[in-house]
Design a protein around this ligand. Structure first.
Ligand code: TXA
Ligand code: MG
Length: 340
């Protein structure tokens, strides 16, 4: 069904609240990326999220709360170490997976007995959540498989005609989705790296990540969403790392340029001059990971706007925020990494 998608200004939050209370879906800004929200306690409303995004039914949603105290109603058996993390990082870009209560419908959690929950750190999101009073289930507000939206225009591009409204809060802050941490296992397990880094978490509690005894694969376990290809532009994406990165990228691009196909490279601003013949997407000042995270999805979307056939991305080191950045880039590249 084709709808007219309205852009709502921050002054029109009450309209977004009304739509949500009516069982409709609304896109809204958070400090990470835009979310596509619906009343988590209304199974029909939640189903509309899956339809609008084309999201596989087996991929559970995060519920968003306006107040930390609300968590008691929706999750149970909260370990003391999870409390510690809530106190430290909420509101903020940390999602905790905990045992759910009966209140949360099966459709939200794709049948799991756990639910992912967070309190976002964004004035518009908090205002919206506090006015609704109910938990708002929200995945990122992109069409499934596309880069997450960090601007209202990105949401409009993907979901125009498929949702009734977008609450426009300008650009989001972090630019990457929240860190997802499974708190139902000991030690807690990092399912998706994000703005709250592994180093941040480990300074407070033990956390396992990556090599897993039964899978040996960071992708497989427990976070159903991580098995799908994600964040992908239309262009073929390759990550290139190592000392000879620039030489390798220039060499690989020749086949494409000969055919007259658009070749892009994502590199730190200071290195742009190494690629005079290619379309450069600047990652920001060298080593500024926060700036890179902030613009990453916009850059991936730019690759499509520019009609690039192939996009080479210079890999970055994986400490702190770099872990989340490379996690998203590997998926955008469908795990094509060239080491030089
Ligand atoms: O920053 C964010 O987290 C954004 C904003 C809107 O809050 N949301 C977001 O949602 O990125 P989504 O649906 O795109 O990603 C949620 C991730 C998926 O990988 C999903 O599989 C995982 O969290 N997840 C959700 N519930 C889970 C559960 N009960 N157990 C394990 N993983 C879960
Ligand atoms: Mg998503």
């Amino acid at each position: 069904m084709e709808l007219t998608t309205r852009m709502l200004s921050p002054g029109e939050i009450s309209e977004a609240v009304r739509l949500l209370a009516d069982g409709r879906v609304v896109a809204f800004p958070t400090e990470t990326v835009y979310g596509l929200g619906a009343n988590a306690l209304d199974p029909e409303a939640v189903k509309a999220i899956f339809r609008a995004k084309g999201r596989p039914q087996d991929n559970p949603l995060i519920i968003h709360l306006g107040e930390i105290a609300q968590v008691e109603e929706y999750v149970k058996d909260i370990p003391p170490q999870a409390r510690l993390l809530m106190d430290e990082f909420w509101p903020g870009p940390l999602t905790l997976v905990l045992k759910k209560t009966e209140q949360i419908p099966q459709v939200v959690t794709a049948g799991l007995d756990t639910v992912a929950v967070r309190v976002p750190d964004h004035p518009i999101a908090l205002d919206l959540l506090r006015q609704t009073g109910f938990p708002v289930a929200a995945p990122s507000a992109n069409v499934s498989g596309r880069p997450s939206p960090t601007r209202a225009e990105h949401v409009l591009f993907d979901l125009n005609g498929r949702i009734p409204a977008i609450l426009d809060g300008g650009e989001t802050g972090w630019g990457l989705e929240s860190t997802v941490l499974d708190c139902t296992v000991t030690p807690f397990r990092l399912l998706r790296p994000g703005g709250v880094t592994l180093e941040d978490l480990r300074s407070l509690v033990p956390v396992q990540y990556g090599t897993d005894a039964d899978s040996g694969d960071e992708e497989a376990p427990r976070s159903p969403g991580m098995k799908y290809q994600h964040y992908a532009p239309e262009a073929d994406v390759y990550i290139v790392t190592g000392e000879r990165t620039a030489t390798k990228i220039l060499e690989l691009s020749e086949t494409y340029t000969k055919r007259g196909e658009g070749v892009g490279v994502m590199t730190w601003n200071e290195r742009a001059d190494l690629y005079p013949t290619l379309t450069v997407l600047g990652m920001g000042p060298q080593g500024d990971y926060e700036a890179l995270a902030h613009s990453l999805y916009h850059l991936l979307r730019q690759a499509d706007v520019l009609g690039l056939k192939v996009l080479f991305i210079e890999g970055v080191s994986e400490d702190n925020l770099g872990l989340a950045i490379m996690n998203r880039l590997r998926r955008a590249a469908d795990h094509r990494v060239i080491k030089t």
